[in-house]
Design a protein around this ligand. Structure first.
Ligand SMILES: *[C@@H]1O[C@H](CO)[C@@H](O)[C@H](O)[C@H]1NC(C)=O
Ligand SMILES: *[C@@H]1O[C@H](CO)[C@@H](O)[C@H](O)[C@H]1NC(C)=O
Length: 307
């Protein structure tokens, strides 16, 4: 039931979320992937919906994430930003609903996050788009890692870059930002064409180094739906295979065009460029070897026992 207090809270928190997480969008028109479609049920079960784990938004959608190993997920570092008035753990150690395809209910695995690695080179003040990548370990209680039963998505090889020719139709998935009107119930898939770096560089010249070093992928069509929106960050840009085993991850949703619901160009952290960082990061989380200077590590002992 929606109460006046809850609406007020939602409005306040939407402002807080906009201030802390969304530097470029938020016109409040529509909050999910725009111009997308509902994919076949249970097709993308490596897809994960991250939820606030505590605070007033507890249980509500925060971001997307992608299962890349039985106990490790990939998301955007910006998804873990502290949000105003909330306990730090709300976004740093979110809950994961793996394989979910609806915003409410549905069938999914629930996992808690027991370890987080942020890219140490990510700094939202100096360049929020550079190195916007994070790894999350799935676990619960005293058990540091509890594997998912879903099939992880394949990671791209380091080369060639980009892996597919410009113009290739790729897909994005997301749930959007729950605090907004007109958010679809079911997960949305959008087809986005891969664009040259120069197209996004024109839109976001301030991200400079991101474009000269190919650290992001640019996808979508300027001025046209579909596109991603806040709440879809951390979700995948991928090449859909004929079967789930053939799906391949290319990017992680990181920033989007001028106004949600209007489509346009979107930026994705270029996963291929971070293969070394990811592969070693998975080892750190799986084997609990010490993190080096490329990682900012956070561990959480204070989680409930898994279901
Ligand atoms: C981000 O960069 C600014 C400017 O160089 C620096 O003052 C700040 O400490 C950095 N933040 C983090 C979290 O490293
Ligand atoms: C970026 O990618 C393009 C191909 O799209 C390539 O020609 C260029 O050398 C790459 N630059 C770097 C710094 O990797």
């Amino acid at each position: 039931m929606i109460t006046a207090a809850r609406l007020l809270l939602a409005a306040l928190l939407a402002v807080a979320a906009a201030a802390s997480r969304d530097l470029l969008d938020e016109d409040g028109v529509s909050a999910a992937i725009s111009g997308g479609f509902t994919p076949e049920q249970n097709r993308y079960r490596w897809m994960t919906s991250l939820r606030y784990s505590t605070g007033p938004y507890k249980g509500e959608p925060l971001c997307g994430a992608v299962l890349i190993a039985p106990t490790v997920m990939l998301t955007a570092a910006s998804c873990t930003l502290p949000q105003w008035g909330m306990p730090r753990a709300a976004t740093l150690f979110p809950w994961a609903r793996i394989g979910v395809n609806t915003r409410r209910g549905g069938e999914y695995e629930i996992r808690f996050i027991t370890g987080v690695l942020l890219h140490a080179g990510w700094n939202r003040t100096t360049n929020p788009a550079l190195n916007d990548i994070a790894l999350l370990r799935l676990g619960g209680g005293k058990i540091p890692s509890v594997p998912s039963l879903m099939t992880p998505i394949r990671l791209p090889p380091k080369k060639p870059n980009p892996l597919v020719p410009l113009g290739t139709q790729l897909s994005a998935l997301g749930f959007g930002d729950w605090g907004k009107p007109n958010v679809p119930i079911f997960i949305q898939q959008a087809k986005l064409a891969l664009q040259p770096q120069s197209a996004c560089r024109k839109e976001w010249p301030q991200f400079g180094k991101v474009w000269t070093t190919n650290k992001s992928l640019c996808a979508g069509t300027k001025g046209q739906a579909p596109g991603i929106c806040s709440g879809d960050y951390g979700g995948p840009l991928f090449r859909a295979g004929r079967t789930v085993a053939q799906d391949m991850l290319l990017g992680i949703g990181a920033f989007n065009g001028r106004g949600c619901g209007k489509g346009g160009l979107s930026g994705f952290t270029n996963v291929a460029q971070y293969r070394g960082w990811i592969d070693f990061g998975v080892k750190i989380l799986e084997n609990e070897v010490p993190a080096n200077a490329l990682y900012k590590a956070y561990y959480n002992q204070n989680v409930p026992t898994p279901l």
